[in-house]
Ligand binder design. Structure first.
Ligand SMILES: [Zn+2]
Length: 472
């Protein structure tokens, strides 16, 4: 665990009132972007948006109007734009070293072959420090300002992940994984229901001690998935959720063999969703990852409980789990966000998930019709506003409105010179010729961009990542 002096040290440096001047883009509705090319967004000392102005020709007048004569002004280039930080609603920080390593496995053998051996090794705090530091730095570099993390069963390493998120300034939900059933390996499981609950409580207490108001980091109850937990363990965690009010996260209906296994393990329950519902875990604070193979009645139950869904398209493809019906879930009014699901998913980039969600929706469309296709705008909505709803922070993050917190990324793309020469590494992979309209610019970023285009990232008004392309 990090010491008190180290944890959250960055937060102790006071923020300056700052006006961010230039273009900004965010999601207005599921289908529509709000693009403002002469914007000025004022962010106060608490990292909260104090004003949003459009059609700004003279920043001095904006300063005068708001009485912000003394403040910092950050101006960006004409083809750059501010975009809300991405929200990764499902990622296993502990599996980060395995990103890209999955072979031809499917869920249940993938867990035993790749995942449990790595996760169990994080009892070593030096190793955990190395993995978690890099996972948080890497996700920040991809513009992920909020992440819902699974750690491991280890209390010290889970607390360490919370320390690292706080120190690096990433907004995070940090979950200590619970798994007590016989399906968990001997070397990596909770010894009893009581032990699982006590360890979960220890992590909740620790995270509450380092961030009492959950301004940045919050605990999250994390039963791994139904087959990893006994019914009494799930019920005990349901009771703990009710007692503490902290959110919860787990997996559901990812793969058909898993669903058969759940039916065998919980014969008294109607279906997979009912296993969590019976335990009292299916609430508006529950994030369900995957939701690939849900029946109509399960969808109805999830909607009735207002539980949320993390769509993990890269992982669902990599482990051949299936194609989640995102359009159906959205039409039902269920909150859906995007999850990288590292390391079932091979990339820690939510921008990559935006693309993957679009591709998966097209594969669904090949058999179910064009209505199921997601547009780039819709996928961006899932990665920002949708994710904010999934983690219960829609009043604080996901877009640029007065009162929301400045969780933002600065996107920059390379201008092609007149002679077409000058291929510079720092330009990133997207070439802008200068005649593209705003919609085309955003689409070129969505389909061709990567972390080289994310040159600065802020969380709650604090600069948490920048590259050499960003000059203040
Ligand atoms: Zn997962």
């Amino acid at each position: 665990m990090g010491s008190d002096t180290q944890a959250g040290q960055g937060r102790k440096i006071p923020l300056e009132r700052t006006i961010y001047v230039g273009s900004f883009v965010h999601c207005k509705t599921l289908q529509e972007l709000d693009i403002c090319d002469e914007g000025a967004i004022g962010v106060d000392e608490t990292g909260t948006i104090a004003f949003v102005e459009r059609g700004v020709k003279d920043v001095a007048k904006v300063q005068e109007r708001h009485g912000w004569g003394v403040c910092k002004v950050v101006r960006i280039g004409s083809t750059s734009f501010f975009f809300p930080g991405f929200i990764d609603t499902h990622i296993h920080a502990s599996q980060y070293p395995n990103a890209g390593i999955f072979g031809k496995s499917t869920l249940l053998d993938w867990l035993n072959t790749y995942t449990f051996p790595l996760e169990s090794s994080l009892s070593d705090l030096d190793k955990a420090t190395r993995i978690y530091s890099r996972a948080v730095s890497r996700t920040l570099s991809h513009g992920t300002t909020t992440a819902a993390y699974y750690a491991t069963i280890h209390v010290p390493a889970t607390n360490l992940l919370a320390d690292i998120c706080l120190a690096k300034g990433q907004r995070a939900f940090v979950g200590r994984v619970c798994m007590n059933s016989d399906l968990s390996p001997d070397f990596y499981r909770d010894e009893s229901v009581e032990a699982a609950v006590a360890a979960s409580r220890a992590c909740i207490d620790y995270i509450t001690s380092i961030d009492p108001k959950y301004e940045l980091v919050s605990p999250i109850l994390t039963p791994r998935f139904a087959p990893s937990c006994t019914a009494d363990c799930l019920a005990a965690l349901g009771a703990l959720q009710k007692e503490t009010g902290v959110p919860a996260q787990t997996h559901i209906a990812e793969n058909k063999s898993e669903i058969e296994l759940v039916a065998k393990l919980f014969p008294e329950r109607l279906n997979y969703t009912d296993v969590y519902d019976a335990a009292g875990l299916l609430t508006s604070k529950m994030i369900l990852a995957h939701a690939v193979h849900l029946s109509d009645s399960e969808i109805a139950t999830i909607r009735a409980r207002d539980a949320k869904i993390a769509h993990c398209p890269a992982s669902n493809t990599a482990l051949t789990s299936g194609c989640a019906r995102v359009r159906r879930l959205l039409d039902e009014g269920i909150a859906v966000g995007l999850g990288t699901d590292v390391s079932g998913g091979f990339s820690a980039s939510v921008l990559e998930m935006v693309r993957q969600a679009i591709w998966v929706s097209r594969h669904v469309a090949m058999t179910e019709g064009d209505d199921t296709k997601l547009s780039a705008e819709e996928a961006l909505w899932l990665g920002t506003r949708g994710g904010a709803r999934v983690v219960g922070l829609e009043d604080r993050i996901g877009g640029f409105e007065v009162g929301k917190e400045w969780d933002a990324q600065l996107i920059s793309m390379g201008d092609v010179e007149e002679d077409g020469e000058g291929l510079h590494a720092h330009h990133g992979p997207v070439d802008m010729f200068g005649w593209e309209g705003w919609e085309d610019r955003v689409h070129k970023w969505v389909y061709g961009g990567d972390d080289r285009n994310t040159i600065a990232v802020w969380v709650r008004g604090r600069l948490v990542h920048s590259t050499s392309g960003f000059r203040q």
